[in-house]
Design a protein around this ligand. Structure first.
Ligand code: SAM
Length: 225
């Protein structure tokens, strides 16, 4: 099938472009053997996040949804030795596996993991009036996407880049959310977040579909005005 071929092409691209970085692969394997769900970004998407951080010259990155720290590691590479990544995660096991992985990859100095529900962590960053972030990667519970976008914009400066992952979900985003059973709240959250990106005058956005080892999905990309 086309989807299987797309997965095989992703593996080919990973090999040809050397996207399977040893230190990060070790972390991914550790996450999988610790029983974390295999829902991290692909190597090609991870390198895309690193490049996005590098291209925009990002020094401060915010991530919502750490899991085992795989995307976090790519972003940490992207900000360089003197940059910072703050990543929010509410599952204690995920956060501790991520800390171990970042430690072993030599990236823990530039990453701070905030343990707790992400909305609370973002509210506490807002109340502390932290310096704005240059790049914000939103990849947690999709039902809260709008809440995260609202807070992300307040933690931004003009030019901040927002990336919102998983906005296609094999086309599920097209359908009536009432038909999505357990996924309903998340599909609705994605649909609401896309409308929010269209209607909020503080951002300019697009979305791109992707295929590969993770099937058919996509991400929205926005710039804070
Ligand atoms: N960005 C990660 C990567 O690519 O390596 C994958 C993140 S995974 C898709 C989503 C993560 O968000 C999970 O680890 C989950 O526990 C976490 N999460 C879900 N809801 C959350 C919430 N309300 N607050 C904080 N973290 C949450």
């Amino acid at each position: 099938s086309a989807e299987r071929d797309a997965g095989a092409v992703d593996e080919y691209l990973e090999r040809e472009l050397g996207l399977r970085v040893d230190a990060l692969e070790a972390g991914r394997e550790h996450s999988h053997s610790a029983g974390l769900p295999r829902i991290e970004v692909s190597p090609a998407q991870g390198k895309f996040l690193q490049l996005l951080a590098e291209i925009t010259g990002a020094r401060r990155v915010l991530e919502i949804g750490t899991l085992g720290g795989y995307s976090t590691s790519w972003l940490a590479r992207g900000v360089g030795e003197t940059g910072t990544v703050i990543s929010c995660e509410f599952e204690p096991l995920h956060a501790s596996v991520a800390r171990e992985n970042l430690q072993r990859a030599g990236l823990s100095e530039r990453v701070e993991i905030k343990l707790g529900a992400a909305q609370g962590s973002l509210d506490s960053l807002l109340s502390k009036r932290v310096a704005p972030f240059d790049l914000i990667f939103i990849d947690a519970d999709k039902r809260n996407n709008v809440a995260y976008l609202e807070r992300a914009v307040k933690l931004s400066h003009p030019g901040t880049v927002l990336v919102l992952d998983n906005v296609v979900r094999s086309g599920a985003v097209l359908d009536d959310p009432a038909r999505h059973g357990t996924q309903e709240a998340d599909v609705r959250g994605i649909q609401e977040s896309l409308r929010w990106l269209r209607d909020d005058p503080r951002v300019s956005a697009t979305a791109l579909q992707t295929v590969g080892v993770k099937g058919w999905d996509g991400f929205a990309l926005a710039r804070v005005l």
